[in-house]
Design a protein around this ligand. Structure first.
Ligand code: MCA
Ligand code: AMP
Length: 420
C-alpha cells in the first residue's frame, strides 16, 4: 500500500517517481539512485546505506530533499529502469500522456470498465504490475485486489473479473487444476511480459473456459499490441496495434519487410504509447530510434495480412526473460566478475518450462581458485536483485569461443541446457 501511496502522491504532485524493487541489491539501488538524480526516498524501507533523505509517508518528516534539480526528465511522470544487452540498467522516461494512451488503448481492447474487479500479484516496480496493474485500475476506477504473491491459490481465492499474470504464473495455474477451475467465473485473463507457450494457452482454455488475451510491450514503449476481447485470440499471437500505435518490420538487409504472415523482421513501433527515451543517455536514445522516428524494439516479429502479430524471439542472446523479468547478461557478468577468484564468465538464458528462460552462468576460475557456485549465486542476489541471480553456476575450464575470441553464447546455451 505504501508503494501505491508514494507513486500516486508523486504523480499528483507532478514529481517524477522512480520505482525501486524492494529486493534491489546495494549495487543496483546505488546505480538507480545516482543515475536518476533522485532527491529523496519516499516511504518505509530497510536500506541503511542511503545518502539522501527519506520522507516517511503520512507526514512531512524532518528531512528536506537534497538540493539540485534534474533538468532532463523530459516531462516524465515515471522513470523506470530496464536492462539492456550491456552495462547497467537505463532509466526510461514515461510521460503521463504515454501512460494514459496505453491504459486507454487497453481498456478499449479488453472492454475494461469501472465494473471490473482486477486481480494480480505482480511486483509494483515494473510496467506490468504498476502501470497496468495499479494505474490502470485507478484510471478505470475498477476495484483492485493485489494478492501480494502471484500464486494459483491466491488467484483462485480472489474472485475477480479480470486477472493479469506473466506466463510463468499462468503455467503454474495450469499445473493446479483446482485453482485454474476457480477462475472460470472471470470474464478475462490476460498474459504478457513474455511469450505464453501454446500448451499453456490451451491448458487455460480447457480448465477455465477462457481464451487468454495476450498483449506485448516494452518498458520503453509501454504496451503496443494486444488481442481484443471482441476479436480473434490466436494461440502464440499478440494481436494488433492499440489505438494510436503503428508497427512495421525490417528485414536483415535493412529493407521494410512484407506483412505476409511469414517474413520475420525486427519489430519497429511508433505512436502515443512510446516513452520519451532514456534519462541522461542521448546516445542510447538516438540508437533506439530510426531516422524517421520509429522505436526499434529488438524483438523479431511476423505480421499477418490481417494485422495479427507473432513475436518470434529476441534479436540479442544477451537479453534474458526469466519469469517475465528482463535481465541483461552483461549486467550479471559484471557482477560475477567482481567475485573473488573469477577469471572469466558468460551468462546465458537456458530454456525452462517454468520460467521461460533460467539464468545460468559458466565461470572460469583463476588458477588455483576454489569457487563455491552457491556463493556466486548469493553474491548476485545481494548485489543486483534476487530475480537476477543465476539459478545454476557451472565451474568450467574454458568458455567456447570462435576464431575471433568471442564467446559463442548459442553453443554455451546448448551445452548448459544439455546438462540439466
Ligand atoms: C532464493 N531466494 C533467495 C535466494 N534464492 N533470496 C536471496 N538469495 C538467494 N540466493 C528466495 C527469494 O527471496 C524468494 O523468497 C524465493 O526464493 C523465491 O524467489 P524466486 O525463486 O525468484 O521466485 P520465483 O518463483 O522464481 O518467481 C516467479 C515469479 C516472478 C513469481 C513469476 O518471477 C515474478 O514475479 N515475475 C514477474 C515479473 C514481472 O512483473 N515482469 C514485468 C516486467 P520469498 O518467497 O520469501 O520472497 S514489465 C514488462 O515486461 C513489459 C512492459 C510487459 O510486457 O509487461
Ligand atoms: P521489459 O523491458 O521488461 O519491459 O520487457 C520487454 C520485453 O518483453 C519485450 O521486448 C519482449 O521481448 C518481451 N515481451 C513482452 N510481452 C511479450 C509477449 N506477449 N510475448 C513475447 N514477448 C513479450
Amino acid at each position: 500500500m505504501s508503494t501505491i501511496t508514494a507513486i500516486v502522491a508523486g504523480l499528483r504532485a507532478g514529481v517524477a517517481v522512480v520505482p525501486i524493487a524492494h529486493d534491489a541489491g546495494h549495487e543496483e539501488r546505488r546505480h538507480i539512485l545516482n543515475d536518476s538524480g533522485a532527491v529523496a526516498v519516499l516511504g518505509e524501507h530497510q536500506w541503511n546505506d542511503l545518502e539522501i533523505p527519506t520522507l516517511p509517508l503520512g507526514g512531512v518528516g524532518d528531512s528536506a530533499p537534497r538540493g539540485g534539480v534534474v533538468t532532463d526528465l523530459n516531462g516524465a511522470a515515471l522513470v523506470m529502469y530496464t536492462s539492456g544487452t550491456t552495462g547497467a540498467p537505463k532509466g526510461v522516461l514515461l510521460p503521463e500522456s504515454a501512460i494514459a494512451a496505453c491504459l486507454d488503448g487497453l481498456a478499449d481492447a479488453w472492454q475494461w470498465t469501472a465494473d471490473d474487479h482486477l486481480v494480480h500479484g505482480l511486483p509494483l516496480f515494473h510496467v506490468h504490475g504498476l502501470v497496468l496493474g495499479v494505474l490502470g485500475a485507478l484510471r478505470r476506477g475498477s476495484r483492485l485486489t493485489h494478492t501480494v504473491r502471484p500464486t494459483p491459490e491466491a488467484y483462485a481465492a480472489a474472485n475477480g473479473s479480470v486477472y493479469f499474470a506473466v506466463p510463468t504464473v499462468w503455467s503454474r495455474v495450469v499445473n493446479d487444476a483446482t485453482s485454474a477451475r476457480a477462475l472460470s467465473s472471470a470474464r478475462a485473463i490476460v498474459s504478457g511480459s513474455a511469450a505464453l507457450p501454446v500448451p499453456v494457452f490451451e491448458g487455460l482454455r480447457e480448465l477455465t473456459g477462457l481464451a487468454a488475451l495476450e498483449r506485448y510491450g516494452m518498458t520503453e514503449t509501454l504496451i503496443t499490441l494486444s488481442t481484443r476481447l471482441d476479436g480473434e485470440r490466436r494461440p502464440g499471437h499478440v494481436g494488433m496495434p492499440l489505438a494510436g500505435v503503428a508497427t512495421r518490420i525490417r528485414a536483415d538487409d535493412g529493407t521494410l519487410a512484407p506483412h505476409d504472415g511469414e517474413t520475420i523482421g525486427t519489430l519497429e513501433v511508433r505512436g502515443a504509447t512510446v516513452g520519451a527515451g532514456y534519462l541522461g543517455r542521448p546516445d542510447a536514445t538516438a540508437a533506439s530510434i530510426t531516422d524517421d522516428g520509429w522505436f526499434v524494439t529488438g524483438d523479431s516479429a511476423v505480421i499477418g495480412p490481417d494485422g495479427m502479430h507473432r513475436i518470434a524471439g529476441r534479436t540479442s542472446v544477451d537479453i534474458i526473460k526469466s519469469g517475465g523479468y528482463k535481465v541483461g547478461a552483461g549486467e550479471v557478468e559484471t557482477s560475477i566478475l567482481g567475485f573473488p577468484g573469477v577469471a572469466e564468465v558468460a551468462v546465458v538464458g537456458v530454456a525452462d518450462n517454468d520460467l521461460g528462460q533460467r539464468i545460468e552462468a559458466a565461470v572460469v576460475p583463476e588458477d588455483g581458485a576454489d569457487i563455491n557456485p552457491d556463493a556466486v549465486i548469493d553474491h548476485v542476489a545481494r548485489q543486483l536483485s534476487i530475480h537476477k541471480r543465476p539459478r545454476r553456476v557451472h565451474i568450467v575450464e574454458s568458455l567456447p569461443r570462435n576464431a575471433l575470441g568471442k564467446v559463442q553464447k548459442a553453443r554455451l546455451t546448448e551445452q548448459l541446457g544439455a546438462t540439466t
